[in-house]
Write a protein that binds this ligand. Structure first.
Ligand code: KG4
Ligand code: ZN
Length: 342
């Protein structure tokens, strides 16, 4: 089945075409980073308007690259979680096209897209696997049994890992989005100048808490000259603390589930220090570590089209309903089914 996928949940507009036999035929991403940079974060209304401007041109591009709209047999769009105005743009375009082309349409879960993004790779992980999902909005560890069968093992009680990167970057005077900029600054940091806590690692459990880390950074930098070297030292110590915490929890999750494969997905999965450290831990533990390529770690529509394929090809669709959902707990997800549409 050939599926068009659309992603408009936050500040990236993306479109892709995935074919059940030929694989990914085309994908395009437009990032709104420059638009929001002046405000230090995503401005929801501006995001919605920009999705409106960019989605149709992107859509044309991927359809041209994939040989036109004639062969599209289904449409999947991100229906949550995300900014509701932004989600509505993708939902309306997807549902309207599906109506015009007389093909089924399905709203899919953004985080499930991230979880299954490694299936786009030539050597995909085999089920079951443990997945660490680290993005701007979410941090969780899940046991992935099959498509739609997820056991959430632990999640963030407060800030997501990416959010912690972004907020700490702001404290250090860096622009938005802070994660990649903080990582670049940390390259110049000297080890062991600062040491920040590894939250919730002292007691059992797989939950995360990152909000105290930015406070630790504020306290450590109080009354200090904020020169470039000090900022870089703090960035490195912060990155070390987050990466260490994530690695400790991944190892714990692998031990608790006896899984032989670990997947790291989501925007923070693009972090080089995290990738290297998780890989080293995997080698030591005899566990296979799989990352989607960097462009499929951050927001993209390839993962949405793939997920759409997995569900639409099984007969699942939403009928005529539009279902944008700002919040959508992963625990509500079920395996692909022929559930009666609304
Ligand atoms: O998955 P994603 O693209 O969007 C969400 O669904 O949230 O993740 C974006 C998050 C942002 O917080 C960004 O700062 C972070 O991922 N990020 C990074 C890196 N690249 C992106 N954090 C640390 N190091 C990076 N290299
Ligand atoms: Zn995302």
């Amino acid at each position: 089945m050939r599926i068009l996928g659309l992603e408009t949940s936050c500040d990236e507009t993306a479109a892709a075409v995935y074919d059940g036999s030929a694989g990914l035929l085309a994908h395009e991403v437009y990032s709104q980073v420059d638009l929001h940079a002046a405000y230090g974060g995503v401005v929801p209304e501006l995001a919605s308007r920009d999705h409106l401007r960019k989605l149709l041109p992107l859509l044309r591009k991927v359809l041209d690259a994939a040989g036109g709209p004639g062969a599209i047999e289904g449409i999947a769009y991100t229906s949550g979680p995300g900014l509701v105005g932004a989600l509505l743009v993708g939902a309306s375009v997807a549902r309207s096209l599906a109506y015009a082309w007389r093909v089924p349409c399905l709203g899919v879960h953004h985080m499930e897209g991230h979880l299954l993004a490694p299936l786009l790779e030539p050597e995909p992980p085999e089920f079951p696997f443990v997945a660490l999902l680290v993005s701007g909005g979410h941090t969780l560890l899940a046991r992935v049994e099959a498509v739609g069968r997820y056991e959430v093992l632990g999640s963030s009680l407060d800030d997501a890992a990416g959010e912690a990167f972004d907020k700490t970057a702001k404290l250090l005077g860096l622009g938005y989005p802070g994660g990649p900029q903080l990582a670049a600054l940390a390259e110049r940091g000297r080890p062991d100048v600062f040491r920040f806590p590894r939250p919730l690692t002292e007691r059992p459990g797989l939950d995360f808490s990152f909000s105290g880390l930015k406070t630790a950074v504020v306290v450590a930098l109080r009354d200090r000259e904020l020169d470039d070297q000090t900022r870089a030292d703090a960035a490195l110590a912060f990155e070390e603390a987050v990466v260490d915490t994530l690695v400790i929890k991944c190892r714990r999750a692998l031990e608790a589930t006896d899984a032989r494969t670990l997947v790291v997905a989501g925007g923070v999965g693009a972090n080089r220090r995290l990738r290297a450290r998780v890989r080293a831990m995997g080698e030591q533990a005899g566990v296979r570590v799989v990352y989607p390529r960097v462009e499929f770690c951050t927001d993209n529509a390839a993962m949405i089209a793939l997920l759409g394929h997995l569900r639409l090809a099984a007969g699942q669709h939403d009928g005529l309903a539009l279902r944008p959902r700002a919040r959508w707990p992963m625990t509500e997800l079920v395996p692909p089914s022929r559930a009666t549409p609304l």
